[in-house]
Write a protein that binds this ligand. Structure first.
Ligand SMILES: *Cc1c(COP(=O)(O)O)cnc(C)c1O
Length: 384
């Protein structure tokens, strides 16, 4: 049964309140629209949020990772261990700095990098680790940093999806080595586009600032030098003002997402989808910020492809996404020798995952509607 009368439910949608919109208008009228006072305040509030660690804003969560790698001294000849189950930018930046990405398979339950495999992948050329917290679910952070310390490796955390997540009560970003966040429109906290890098000390912050804007250092009223090859990665004040408005709501955003995730688990319990073998994410209501809610389809038992499954949800007015295809199977990576069979858990999950709608403006009725639709499709196409 199709429910075309209901409004279309996208898989995500940002929530920007009126106070923020007015604040952006004020910035636009202020005469200072690029990096300036709003950025200073944004960085200060982020730093306070992360327990006083130095923070620098950037214009994307890709720039932050690339600069994080450069600050850690990662370059040609170095290996960086990461996961193939991430947005492709995680490994693209490793290539961008001239280093070699080394992938390890995921744990099929958490869908995050398997730390046993990670230990086995360390070689004398390994310089850094780039863990990813898919959908905001952290790794075992104690074990991750034990491994890093034992092998003297730098860690550049791709925490793009983990703003508001915690590990044993500590905020992701408030501890560890270099931590990178994205404020892309779909992330839990957005600046429309943007990112932030949490650093270890002021020296690193100064280097980050140079990389962010052409390697320039200004002194006095008229002094200028360039002593490092930087780029153009600064965040505008318009964007920073959006971030300031978002930051004030982060606790509410996270709480709402957790409630919606709970509603999904309750809705799916013992329904047709779960009986057919649809796999739900790990139930975690303490650490994860529930950036996304991804199911994995039992394609061998369902009489439909993933594309057909997504199309049937779309017919019912429900948007979905795929996060992510296993990235080592992209052409760029196949050309570097990666192929099917190398990371079977990531490949299976990447071929069968569907991201269901989860965003703060959703209601519990919306969740019930999605659950009903997924159960219906599984009922129709499942083979017991
Ligand atoms: C969003 C995202 C990025 C990149 O962030 P941008 O701001 O889009 O450059 C990197 N890694 C992961 C896991 C992401 O989700």
């Amino acid at each position: 049964m199709t429910q075309t009368s209901l409004p279309f439910l996208p898989f995500t949608r940002p929530e920007i309140d009126e106070e923020t919109i007015q604040g952006v208008v004020d910035v636009l009228r202020s005469g200072w629209i690029t990096t300036g006072p709003q950025n200073q305040q944004f960085e200060a509030e982020l730093s306070a949020y992360f327990g006083g660690r130095p923070v620098r804003s950037f214009n994307s969560g890709t720039a932050t990772m690339e600069i994080g790698l450069r600050i850690a001294g990662v370059g040609a000849g170095d290996e960086v261990i990461t996961t193939p189950m991430t947005w492709v930018s995680t490994s693209n930046v490793i290539l961008e700095v001239g280093a070699t990405p080394v992938f390890v398979d995921i744990d099929p339950a958490t869908r995050n990098m398997d730390l046993d495999q990670l230990e086995k992948a360390i070689t004398p050329r390994t310089k850094a680790l780039m863990p990813v917290y898919l959908s905001g679910l952290p790794l075992d952070m104690d074990r991750l940093y034990d491994i890093a310390r034992a092998h003297q490796l730098r860690v550049i955390e791709d925490a793009a999806q983990a703003f508001g997540s915690t590990w044993r009560g500590k905020r992701i970003g408030s501890f560890g080595d270099i931590v990178s966040f994205s404020f892309h429109a779909n992330k839990n906290v957005t600046t429309t586009e943007g990112g932030a890098l949490v650093l270890n000390n002021e020296e690193e912050a100064v280097i980050a600032q140079k990389y962010r804007l052409q390697g320039i250092t200004r002194t006095g009223l008229d002094g200028m030098d360039c002593d490092l090859l930087g780029g153009k990665y600064n965040l505008t004040d318009v964007a920073a003002r959006v971030g300031l408005g978002q930051l004030r709501q982060v606790e509410r955003f996270t709480e709402k997402r957790r409630q919606l995730a709970r509603a999904y688990f309750e809705g799916f319990a013992n329904g047709a989808a779960v009986k057919q073998g649809v796999q739900l994410p790990v139930r975690n209501f303490t650490d994860s910020n529930w950036h996304m809610f991804q199911i994995a389809l039992p394609l061998e038992r369902l009489g439909v492809t993933r594309a057909e499954f997504m199309a049937q949800l779309k017919e019912r007015g429900i948007g979905t996404g795929v996060h992510y295809p296993a990235l080592h199977l992209f052409t760029l990576y196949r050309a570097r020798g990666f192929a099917e069979g190398m990371f079977p858990h990531a490949e299976k999950y990447g071929a069968s995952t569907v991201t269901l709608p989860l965003f703060t403006l959703m209601s519990h009725d919306d969740v019930a509607r999605v659950v009903r639709a997924v159960d219906e499709i599984c009922e129709q196409h499942g083979q017991y």
